[in-house]
Design a protein around this ligand. Structure first.
Ligand SMILES: C[S@@+](CC[C@H](N)C(=O)[O-])C[C@H]1O[C@@H](n2cnc3c(N)ncnc32)[C@H](O)[C@@H]1O
Length: 234
């Protein structure tokens, strides 16, 4: 499934090339810090075992890798993957004390790894940015071992009219924060538009099933502002 907005030439890469050095700051500001609890919820749901390996796709500045290392007491390997050199550079610098993280520049749609290599696959606020959802999910399935687990954290659809009204109005302010902090509102207009146009919780479950995943499920976080989808490769 092609995503129309994300296939606009160079749009997504330009967005992250503009925001990379203020990405963590803006994430904290516009989510009021709540993105940290969403990411912790992902790791909590995963309940990862030691001596397993994770591929974190659309890793950005490495938040998931850091939480995974903590949850496994450093006894794990992490492969961080992102097409943005600049986002990866920030992540590498932030996590330079951790020796068990490797970094690779690549898109989710074509991962440069052999089949059945990883125990866990995570993608946090990344799937929405890919050009092709089916290709990304097919690659996730391919690189996971049999018995491996898939986790996707992503903005989704709110199931409460009042919360939706508040959220939609709050979203109008996000580009203004962007202009003030980063000096450019366009990346944040993209953020708001890409969230609005992204598929809903059940549509993502359907795509996961179409791409051979088993035991597909999701939980809504904060009323569906974000959903955490998970599945198994069996
Ligand atoms: C919103 S950030 C999320 C970063 C991090 N996972 C987090 O949760 O904070 C989205 C990331 O997706 C990356 N990205 C954009 N297009 C992508 C693609 N086709 N495949 C994988 N990642 C992509 C961007 O470079 C960016 O680092």
């Amino acid at each position: 499934m092609q995503q129309k907005l994300q296939n606009t030439k160079n749009l997504v890469s330009e967005v992250f090339n503009k925001v990379y050095d203020k990405y963590d700051l803006m994430n904290n500001l516009i989510s009021l810090g709540i993105h940290k609890s969403w990411k912790k919820q992902l790791i909590y749901s995963m309940n990862p075992r030691q001596n397993k390996n994770l591929i974190d796709v659309a890793c950005g500045t490495g938040d998931i890798a850091k939480l995974f290392i903590k949850a496994t007491d450093g006894k794990s390997k992490i492969q961080c993957v992102d097409p943005s050199k600049k986002m990866i550079l920030i992540g590498k610098n932030k996590l330079k004390d951790y020796k068990n993280i490797s970094w690779k520049i690549s898109a989710a749609e074509k991962l440069p790894f052999q089949n059945s290599k990883f125990d866990y696959y995570t993608i946090s606020f990344g799937l929405r940015n890919t050009k092709n959802l089916n290709k990304s999910l097919a690659e996730a399935y391919r690189v996971l071992k049999k018995g491996g687990r898939f986790f996707c954290l992503e903005f989704s659809k709110i199931n409460n009219n009042y919360l939706d009204f508040v959220y939609q109005n709050y979203s109008k302010l996000i580009p203004l924060f962007g202009e003030y902090v980063v000096g450019d509102k366009k990346p944040y207009e993209y953020l708001v538009k890409s969230i609005r146009e992204f598929i809903d919780q059940d549509e993502l479950i359907d795509l996961m099933k179409q791409n051979k995943f088993s035991k597909c499920q999701y939980i809504n976080l904060n009323g569906g502002i974000v959903a955490l989808h998970s599945a198994w490769k069996l």
